[in-house]
Design a binder for this molecule. Structure first.
Ligand code: ZN
Length: 152
């Protein structure tokens, strides 16, 4: 599934499908899970799914959510957030280098702070790019499975 490439000034000025969130940002919470959240940009209404990472769940890294809020909620109910977590990790590992310099500086700090281990970028260092892309695509398969399951 293609990811929509927003050019919104508020949330997507740089056309990258991953980002990190600060508490001061004005995104609206659409779905609140433990250690994860779906938020919406007030300007373009794009949905962003973030996961709370180490240290102490203080780093909120996320990706542009390709479905609606109902699908996000249903997936969390269905598998406890497993598919969203794997997808977010893979998205960050695949696309973090496309973020602006300031965000990449933050990522450098984050990787050091997590001992170049407890973050999705270093966890994926020995993982093939094709495998990461397969993990991203797995979200679509999981949503499909969930919908089939719900129809039963
Ligand atoms: Zn936006």
């Amino acid at each position: 599934m293609a990811i929509n490439r927003y050019t919104c000034e508020t949330c997507r000025a740089t056309n990258v499908p991953v980002r990190f969130f600060r508490n001061t940002e004005s995104f609206e919470t659409v779905s609140l899970q433990s250690f994860a959240e779906l938020v919406q940009c007030p300007e373009c209404h794009a949905l962003w799914a973030w996961v709370a990472y180490e240290p102490y769940a203080t780093v909120h890294g996320g990706a542009l959510w390709p479905y609606d809020a109902q699908t996000y909620d249903a997936l969390y109910q269905w598998d406890g957030g497993s598919a969203v977590g794997i997808w977010t990790d893979a998205m960050i590992a695949l696309y973090w280098q496309e973020m602006p310099a300031k965000s990449r500086d933050f990522v450098s700090w984050w990787r050091e702070r997590t001992y170049r281990n407890y973050n999705p970028i270093d966890q994926a260092r020995r993982v093939d790019k094709r495998e990461l892309e397969a993990r991203v695509r797995n979200l679509e398969k999981t949503v499909f499975k969930m919908l089939q399951d719900q129809e039963r």
